[in-house]
Design a protein around this ligand. Structure first.
Ligand code: AVI
Length: 313
């Protein structure tokens, strides 16, 4: 009897990597950064002196909370699309005292751990964790539907999507959250390219290790033999697209195999691993409008580095 040879990649990660490496130019979606090690390194990034977004957004949340609470009103169900943002969520929950809290995350384990930690600090708050990929349509628990919803999408994570995908996501938020919903969203601002590049290429090399961890992950999980040391991290400002791009650039001509497929890279050729779009006040509002949301309040830090916008469906 002949043995069957399975040639199809057996996981979404394998498929994304094989398709991404075969593209011209090669590109792997940024969502694959976040294995356990990648999530740990990302937490370290948020503390870096050069990486201003996290601390700036927390500062805005603190300063604007009385106004946010007044604009949002009472009895909201908070649907948290940034369920990992443990420093920000408690600020919001304390500030607006919602009727219930529904964190949404694709990883059930991550979701439950965060929900348990939050429940200790907010023992009276009903928490309904929702295990779902929020880039696709999903149903909210019935209990959530009994209250007007507030979607919370901090961190300028929207910026990791190209505009057409960002619009799709905003539209699907609107569909999920329904009539009368509000959305509180963090959006990073355009600023001097040198500051942006430094934020994504820090002196201590933490962002470099975050980017290179993707190659280690491919080697670990997909049995790849990528010579990781032969790739260099690079952050580039793409002015026409108004975004920081992260790349892994081959330092020399090289080849490697992943799941039995061979890939060749000439020196200087790169794998594009992340986009982080930056917005002006106007482009931020236009993106929200295109996604079906009408922004009606906006808060920034004194330097105007980052913005939190409140929009209605
Ligand atoms: C998660 N996201 C909003 C981060 C950003 O700034 O685009 C990811 C990141 N990549 C490198 N540094 C931080």
């Amino acid at each position: 009897m002949l043995a069957t040879v399975e040639t199809r990649p057996d996981s979404a990660f394998a498929q994304a990597v094989l398709e991404g490496l075969a593209q011209d130019p090669p590109a792997i979606p940024a969502r694959w950064f976040y294995d356990e090690e990648g999530s740990r390194i990302f937490e370290a990034i948020t503390d870096l002196p050069e990486y201003y977004p996290t601390r700036t957004e927390i500062g805005i949340l603190r300063a604007a909370m009385p106004e946010i609470a007044a604009a949002v009103g009472r009895d909201r169900a908070v649907v948290d699309y940034g369920a990992g943002a443990l420093a920000k969520t408690p600020l919001l929950l304390r500030g607006i005292a919602p009727a219930l809290y529904a964190p949404v995350d694709i990883s059930g384990a991550h979701l439950r751990a965060n929900a348990e930690a939050l429940q200790e600090d907010f023992p009276a708050l009903p928490i309904f964790p929702v295990e779902a990929d929020f880039t696709r349509a999903f149903d909210l628990p019935d209990e959530v539907g009994k209250h007007p919803r507030l979607g919370f999408f901090p961190g300028s994570t929207i910026g990791n999507l190209v505009p057409s995908s960002a619009v799709d996501l905003l539209r699907s938020f609107k569909q999920t959250l329904g009539t009368g919903a509000l959305l509180l969203i963090g959006m990073d601002r355009v600023k001097a390219p040198e500051r942006l590049v430094a934020a994504y290429d820090d002196a201590a090399g933490v962002t470099a290790s975050f980017n290179l961890n993707l190659l280690h992950r491919i080697n670990r999980e997909l049995g790849g033999d990528i010579p990781v040391d032969a790739f260099a991290h690079e952050a580039r400002w793409n002015a026409p697209m108004s975004r920081i791009e992260m790349h892994l650039v081959a330092r020399r001509d090289l080849s490697f195999a992943v799941e039995g497929r061979t890939f060749r890279f000439a020196q200087g050729y790169s794998i594009h691993t992340e986009n982080s779009h930056k917005y002006t006040a106007e482009s931020a509002r236009l993106l929200l409008l295109a996604g079906g949301w009408t922004p009606f309040k906006e808060w920034t830090d004194p330097a105007g580095d980052f913005a939190l916008l409140l929009a209605r469906a």
